[in-house]
Design a protein around this ligand. Structure first.
Ligand code: GDP
Ligand code: MG
Length: 741
């Protein structure tokens, strides 16, 4: 280690405030979330005040015995030799629980500084923590800080620098003497290559039968046998397994520390606890959540509400009639661009590309941003203040009944913004099968980009794109699709197994810091703006080209310019040919027009494209999801209302956009599993669409062979839903667990 480069690692339990601290001292804008698993990869940045110091934010973990990917990431990094000092961040309002990891971090023999975070809350609760005694017990400096209120930070950094300069230390705390004897004997067996400061750590790991650690220390065969004998003997003496013995010892140490160092204020129920009594109540929890989500979507998307007012203003003025401001009148954006194009003498081809293609497509997306902004302001608030963590807890009770884990709910929650971070959030699910299943189903939840599709559908179905019950309805349909899929998949060999246990800290409620609140909103909104000017910009050009060029009267060319072509020139376009060629797939769903097929295809690039494509193919200039002309033209493509609903179901449930599919690929790390995931989503969407359309037709007295197919699918789904869990479904799992033990 040279003075010019110092590596500081931030370790700690999920939700203890590591990222808040990291952002504060590095000036970064990492994602601060109020639930575990938000930081799933380590992040690095320089200390703002001293660029020679590198800070690494590690994923939150409960233990250094790696059970989950983030525990592995954290431990591997700590033991890599790179960090010169570890700042162990502790949520001081949850000291007892957090010390479990802190003890292990101290045991690594690395220089450690303990940051007792959330000092503001400790003070508010009236608890007293004797930091000097704690420091002595832990064998590491302890600094009381508040990452949120920015107190104690200078001292923390100073302590970290001081600690880094000191030599490897040996932890202070001791286990029961019988255990210490065994650990000493194991230490003696370690090869001399293991540094003095790390010997006890590895002795403990070998005692715990940690295979990774055993590999790292390169024990001789005889050595390993001796260790095993010692551990076995100790297990017999204590009548417990090795891992539990160490866990028990650690908790005994913690109990001592708590006794000596903490004076709890007389127990009175905190405000958070009072709120939680209601909000996480067995009976009230779920209805409250439904009401809250309804309110969120209502405020963001219903007519007259604030988000919609913004979107309407943008659509009516910026992209509609033009507007007046300070007594001056301005043309709309398309109007202004059209003026420029005419003045510049642009050819019809260029005008068409710019106005019908780019402006219409990108504009349709941008117009939607005010609504999305309001939606994200509300969702981010719920997330930051601590409510969403409660929801995950409440949902766990619901999910568990179906053999699913509440852990699957967090990705779904994130997916309401965008499927990409939603799929990423599945990383915290330890159980491989549960994780894959969640990756497969989480994008059923409508993301922000699907809201315009929903609005368009509702305009076409009920003549009001902003009826207040609409968006929440589709949101809950998404949840139902996830639950139904979960139940069905769980009963197959591919996904059988016990649901991952769900443990999480419920952080105290607090008013979010405006900065992190704004960052969340901006992170999500800016992603849309970026998409509008990149992927959507590019795809509108492609779609424009495909729909404006084609073959008429035996010649290929720019259709609007061709002699004698009817007004509906897109019927002769390349897109019409492509869409027409595969439209048969959707015929049983009731929409075999090439336009509807083309919309579904462009939706795979980005869901925002669906409305933009509709507006462009149906020749509704600057048509947005709130434009009644577009509703009428859109509805005109379908023979029945059932077909419109089927189209909606298919487009909302089928494979997500390119970006999300790419993320699924990265998470699955397997082409086969990616294909299974995307294939399942598309098939499920198709079957749901089929059932909607065919049952609608049947209700109106129209039957065909597809009616039979739809009934068979419905029967299969019901069978899979309601048959009992196959007896042997969990057997593999248990056999595996037994073999591993
Ligand atoms: P991480 O999971 O350890 O990275 O934790 P985060 O940095 O994401 O923080 C979790 C939650 O705790 C966020 O809602 C923070 O605003 C909040 N938080 C962090 N530090 C403090 C603090 O010092 N005081 C209070 N009251 N809240 C804090
Ligand atoms: Mg974090």
């Amino acid at each position: 280690m040279s003075a010019s480069s110092l590596h500081v690692a931030l370790a700690g339990n999920p939700n203890c405030g590591k990222t808040t601290l990291f952002n504060l001292i590095t000036g970064q804008n990492g994602y601060v979330g109020n639930w575990p698993g938000v930081t799933v990869e380590k992040k690095e940045a320089k200390l703002s005040r001293d660029k020679s110091v590198t800070i690494t934010d590690l994923p939150g973990i409960y233990s250094l015995s790696p059970y989950s990917p983030e525990e592995r990431v954290s431990r591997d990094y700590l033991m890599s030799g790179e960090p010169d000092v570890v700042i162990d961040v502790i949520d001081a309002t949850n000291l007892e629980r957090n010390l479990y990891l802190a003890l292990q971090v101290v045991e690594t023999g690395l220089p450690v500084v303990i940051a007792l975070n959330m000092a503001d809350l400790v003070e508010k609760n009236g608890d007293k923590i004797d930091t000097r005694a704690l420091s002595k017990r832990m064998g590491a400096p302890v600094v009381l800080i508040s990452a949120l209120k920015n107190t104690g930070i200078d001292e923390l950094i100073a302590e970290a620098k001081r600690a880094a300069a000191s030599k490897d230390r040996v932890p202070e705390h001791k286990f029961d003497s019988a255990i210490e004897d065994v650990l000493e004997k194991i230490e003696a067996l370690l090869p001399s290559s293991v540094a003095a400061g790390k010997r006890r750590y590895y002795a403990v790991k070998l005692f715990e039968r940690d295979r990774d650690a055993a590999k790292l220390v390169n024990l001789t065969k005889e050595g390993a046998a001796t260790v095993e004998r010692l551990v076995k003997q100790c297990e017999q003496d204590c009548d417990d397994d090795a891992e539990s013995i160490i866990t028990g010892e650690r908790y005994a140490v913690i109990a001592h520390i708590m006794d000596e160092c903490v004076k709890k204020a007389p127990a009175k129920m905190s405000v958070s606890e009072k709120i939680d009594r209601v909000v996480t109540n067995r009976i009230l929890g779920l209805p409250i959540f439904l009401v809250v989500m309804f309110a969120v979507y209502f405020i963001a998307t219903s007519s007259g509400a604030i988000g919609t007012a913004g979107t309407d203003w943008v659509n009516d003025n910026l992209f509609g009639e033009g507007f007046e401001l300070f007594g001056m009148s301005f043309p709309s954006i398309p109007g202004a661009i059209e003026g420029l194009l005419t003045a510049g003498g642009a050819s019809p081809l260029v005008s068409s590309l710019v106005l019908d293609g780019i402006v219409a497509g990108v504009g349709a997306v941008l117009g939607f941003i005010p609504q999305m902004f309001v939606l994200f302001v509300l969702l981010s608030f719920l997330e930051d203040c601590g409510y969403m963590a409660r929801v995950a807890f409440v949902m766990d009770r619901v999910f568990r009944r179906f053999g699913l884990s509440g852990k699957s709910f967090i990705p779904m929650l994130v997916s309401t913004g965008c499927g990409v971070p939603g799929v990423l959030a599945t990383k915290t699910i330890e159980n491989e099968k549960d994780r894959r299943m969640t990756v497969m189903t989480t994008t059923f939840i409508p993301c922000g980009a699907k809201l315009p599709i929903i609005a368009l559908l509702m305009g076409a179905l009920v003549g009001d794109a902003e009826a207040p019950w609409i968006s929440p309805l589709f949101y809950f349909l998404g949840v139902v699709a996830v639950i139904v899929s979960g139940i069905m998949l769980k009963k197959t060999k591919l996904f059988a197994g016990r649901p991952t246990p769900f443990v999480m800290e419920l952080p105290s409620y607090h008013f979010p810091s405006l900065k992190s609140w704004w960052l969340h909103v901006w992170e999500r909104v800016s992603a849309y703006i970026k998409k509008a000017f990149t992927i959507i910009f590019a795809s509108t050009i492609v779609v424009w080209f495909l729909s404006n060029f084609g073959v008429y009267d035996g010649a290929f060319g720019f259709l609007p310019d061709m002699a004698g072509i009817p007004e509906e020139f897109t019927d002769y376009s390349v897109l019409a040919m492509l869409g027409g060629a595969i439209a048969f797939i959707f015929a049983p769903l009731g929409f075999d027009s090439w336009q509807a097929t083309a919309m579904s295809i462009t939706g795979l690039v980005a869901k925002e494209n669906v409305v933009a494509t509709a507006s462009s193919l149906l020749h509704i200039a600057d048509g947005t999801e709130t434009d009644p002309n577009l509703w009428t033209a859109f509805a005109g493509m379908f023979p029945t209302v059932g077909a419109i609903a089927a189209f909606g179901a298919f487009n909302l449930l089928c494979a997500p956009c390119f970006a999300a599919m790419g993320t699924i690929r990265a998470q699955m790390q397997s082409g086969k599993w990616t294909a299974i995931a995307i294939g399942y989503e598309c098939a499920f969407a198709w079957v749901v669409g089929l059932m909607i359309n065919q049952f609608y037709l049947a209700a109106t007295g129209v039957f065909s062979v597809w009616t039979v197919v739809a009934v068979i699918f419905a029967a299969l789904i019901l069978f899979q839903l309601f048959r009992p869990m196959p007896k042997d479904a969990w057997k593999d799992d248990e056999a595996f667990a037994a073999a591993a033990a």
